[in-house]
Design a protein around this ligand. Structure first.
Ligand code: SF4
Length: 233
C-alpha cells in the first residue's frame, strides 16, 4: 500500500469532527452518484468463480492486464478442480504476465482445492467463509460479495479507495482495514458497493496517485486536499 507524505490537508482531515466527516461523506456520495451513476467492477467475469480468480490476479496488477489473460484462462480452467489439479508450472505460465505469479498460482491451487473440499465447488457468500480461502483478504471478499452477489458486507478498499478516503478527509487511518471501518461509519450501507466502485473510478480518472487533477475535479469543493494534493513518497 503506497504511503503518502503528510500534508496540511491531511492534518485537517485528521482533525475533522465526526459530524463534519459524516456531512462531507453525504455530499461526496451525492456528487459521485451524479458523476458515476454506472460505476461497476472493471474485471471481466461471467461467474462468481471467475470474479474471485480475476480479483486475486489483480493484486499488484492493473485490471486491464488481468482482462487480457482471463478469457483464455477461464476457458482452460472452468472449474475449481481445474485450478486444484493444474500441474506444477503450467498455471504459473498462464498467469505470468500479472506478476507475482508463483504466489498467485499457489493461492489459486489452494483456492480450487478449498472450494471443492469445503463448499461443493461453489464460491461461498459470506465474509467469514471467504476469508478462510487461500489468497482471499477483505478487499477480495468485498469485491466478490458486492459484485457477484450484491451483498454489502463492507466497502472495498483497494489502493485507490485508500488514497482517496484519506485525501477527501474521510479517514486518516494508516491501514486499509481501519479506512474501511471509517468509511462504513459515514456511508449508508445501501451505498457501500457503489461507493467503492465510484471511488476507484475517480481515482483512476482524476485523483491519480502521483498527479491528482484537482483543477478538473468535481469533488474539489468538498475536498480538504484540493490544490494541496500530496505527492507519493
Ligand atoms: S480535489 Fe484533488 S485531491 Fe481532492 S479528490 Fe479531487 S483530485 Fe483528488
Amino acid at each position: 500500500m503506497p504511503r503518502e507524505k503528510k500534508t496540511t490537508a491531511q492534518g485537517r482531515a485528521r482533525a475533522a469532527s465526526g459530524p463534519e466527516r459524516a456531512r462531507r461523506a453525504r455530499a461526496l456520495l451525492a456528487r459521485l452518484q451524479k458523476d458515476y451513476p454506472d460505476a461497476a467492477c472493471s474485471l471481466t467475469h461471467a461467474s462468481p468463480l471467475q470474479l474471485l480468480v480475476a480479483t486475486i490476479l489483480s493484486a499488484q496488477c492493473t485490471d486491464e492486464r488481468v482482462n487480457r489473460i482471463t478469457p483464455d484462462l477461464f476457458q482452460k480452467y472452468p472449474r475449481p478442480e481445474d485450478y486444484a489439479a493444474s500441474p506444477p508450472g503450467a498455471l504459473e505460465q498462464d498467469i505470468r504476465s500479472t506478476g507475482f505469479f508463483n504466489n498467485k498460482a499457489k493461492s489459486l491451487r489452494g483456492l480450487g482445492k478449498a472450494l471443492v473440499e469445503r463448499h461443493g465447488g461453489e464460491v461461498p457468500r459470506t465474509m467469514e467463509e471467504l476469508l478462510q480461502l487461500p489468497g482471499v483478504a477483505r478487499k477480495t471478499a468485498n469485491v466478490v460479495l458486492g459484485t457477484a452477489f450484491g451483498v454489502a458486507s463492507g466497502i472495498t478498499v483497494d489502493t485507490h479507495v485508500f488514497r482517496l478516503a484519506r485525501r477527501l478527509g474521510l479517514s486518516a487511518a494508516g491501514s486499509p482495514e481501519q479506512v474501511e471501518r471509517d468509511l462504513m461509519e459515514v456511508i449508508p450501507r445501501a451505498d457501500w458497493i457503489f461507493f467503492g466502485h465510484a471511488l476507484i473510478q475517480h481515482g483512476r480518472r482524476v485523483c491519480q496517485a502521483r498527479q491528482p487533477r484537482c483543477a478538473d475535479c468535481a469533488l474539489a469543493r468538498l475536498c480538504p486536499s484540493a490544490q494541496a494534493a500530496p505527492e507519493e513518497a
